[in-house]
Design a protein around this ligand. Structure first.
Ligand code: FE2
Length: 224
C-alpha cells in the first residue's frame, strides 16, 4: 500500500468581517507604532509580540475568534490519525501575536517560528493585486508570502527526473489579500517577499499552542 507520509497542512481562509475590522486595526496599529518606533517612517516595523495585552478592541477579539476557530479546524484535520479516539480536552493558546508594517522594498527573510505548533499570517492592509502586480521590478511577487517545502534544504544538486517530478515545485507563493488568513505548521520555512505600494503592507502574525489537559505525549519509543 502506498503511504503519503509527513504532509504539510496549510489553510487559506477569508475573514468575512475584514471590511469593517481591518481599518480599525490599521488605525490602532498606527497609534502603537507612533508610540514605540525609534525610526518613524522607516520601511519596516514589527511590534512587540504582546498584542493580546495591548489591543482591547472588540474588532480584534472578533478576529482572534476567527483565527482560533480556523486553527482548531485545521489542527483537528491534520491530527485525525494522531489524536486518540474519544473525548479530548484541548486548550488553544496564543503564544505571541504581533503586527508588521512593510513598504519601500522591505522584506522579511526566510525563517520559521519556534515555541508553538501552528503559526499564521493575516493581511490587514495591502494594495490591490492589480496595483501590486504592475510594479516594474517586483511584479506578481510584490508583497507575496513564500513557503518552502520540507525537501528544499535537501535539494542542492539533487537528481531530478520525471520520477520525482512531485518534488520540483518546492515553494508556494500566496498572494496577500486584505482579510486573508494563512495557517501553517510553525516549522515550515517562509518569507515575506519585498513589497512596495501606495499603502503600507500591514499583517498580523501569531503563534499558537494546543495543549491537552491530560498531557501532550502520545508516543513513546522503546528499543526492540
Ligand atoms: Fe513568519
Amino acid at each position: 500500500m502506498t503511504q503519503l507520509l509527513w504532509p504539510v497542512p496549510l489553510e487559506v481562509r477569508q475573514f468575512a468581517d475584514a471590511g469593517s475590522v481591518n481599518p480599525v486595526l490599521a488605525r490602532a496599529f498606527a497609534a502603537i507604532r507612533a508610540a514605540l518606533d525609534d525610526a518613524p517612517g522607516s520601511a519596516f516595523f514589527a511590534s512587540p509580540d504582546d498584542l493580546l495585552d495591548r489591543v482591547e478592541l472588540p474588532e480584534f477579539r472578533q478576529l482572534l475568534q476567527f483565527i482560533a476557530g480556523s486553527a482548531q479546524d485545521l489542527a483537528k484535520q491534520a491530527n485525525a490519525q494522531a489524536w486518540p479516539e474519544g473525548r479530548l480536552s484541548l486548550d488553544l493558546r496564543f503564544a505571541g501575536c504581533w503586527f508588521q508594517v512593510q513598504n519601500g522594498h522591505a522584506f522579511h527573510d526566510i525563517h520559521t517560528h519556534g515555541n508553538c505548533s501552528w503559526s499564521g499570517v493575516y493581511y490587514v492592509q495591502v494594495d490591490p493585486a492589480v496595483e501590486r502586480h504592475a510594479h516594474p521590478s517586483l511584479g506578481e511577487l510584490n508583497g507575496a508570502t513564500r513557503f518552502y517545502g520540507p525537501y528544499s534544504g535537501l535539494q542542492g544538486g539533487a537528481y531530478m527526473d520525471m520520477g520525482n517530478a512531485y518534488l520540483q515545485r518546492n515553494s508556494l507563493d500566496i498572494q496577500p489579500e486584505e482579510g486573508r488568513l494563512v495557517l501553517f505548521p510553525s516549522w515550515l520555512p517562509h518569507k515575506a517577499m519585498a513589497y512596495e505600494g501606495s499603502r503600507d503592507r500591514i499583517i498580523i502574525s501569531f503563534n499558537l499552542q494546543i495543549h491537552s489537559r491530560s498531557g501532550n505525549q502520545l508516543f513513546s519509543y522503546t528499543a526492540t
